[in-house]
Write a protein that binds this ligand. Sequence first.
Ligand code: DGL
Length: 277
Amino acid sequence: MKNSNLRIGLFDSGVGGLTVLREIYRQMPSESLLYFADSARLPYGMRSPEEILQFVREILDWMCKQDVKMVIMACNTSSALALETVRQEYDVPILGVILSGARAAVKLGKRVGVIATTATAKSHAYRQAIQEINPQTQVWEIPCPEFVRLIEQNQLHTNYTRQIAQQYLKPLLQKNIDTLIYGCTHYKHLEKTICSLLPASVQIVDPAEHIVVAAEKELSLLGLRNNCFPLPTRFCVSGPPQQFADLSRQWLGYYPQVEKIQVKELSAGMVALNPLD
Ligand code: DGL
């Protein structure tokens, strides 16, 4: 039986998963967190399913060694391509974002657009999950390969980003969608631009909000809600720590201490512990 005071682990390729982390801060402020960004290997959305599965296993092996009580895949690409396989391989509860997002969308609309990474769009994970709940709901999944790079380069409000967003949303607007899912955790960071290009009638689903509701339920069910004061969030990255800290600050509202993890040694544990080295 796990200890309820342990951290919840969450991971993404980069800063996208911070949208889930912020939701945890909002909905479950008493929980302690471990955030891992595999920034040395992003974007995941351009990787093959085999590579994604391998990366996810490496991260889970490492996270389990850090002794977490639950893992949230704060990454749609990993959830779409690896969740089903790895769920049976580890004895820690593992949650992905797709099902929570699909459930929320089905309640809201009948014509659902999904913007996602190329790998997630190709997997049709959202269409499958939505139509399993309601076969009458129509779903269009659009790959947005440029978004993650633009967000990781902090190009959130440039004209170029706006043009690209316009281009990606065009086919969905032509289909008269009534609901849009952020099918990549990074995309919430572009909320202002995306919302300015959509008619007010289109409802947005951010799976980050819904995965945290699901995680809360699961933790309560398992008797694992933390009832002590939370530990400071631990941030670990495989790429340059300073870059991650500089970029994250705007979303966290504080400058995080970031530890560097060597990707190749991921399974063997942490190699360098110097913050911001
Ligand atoms: N934020 C991730 C997702 O939700 C991964 C994006 C990427 O690295 O391509 O899919």
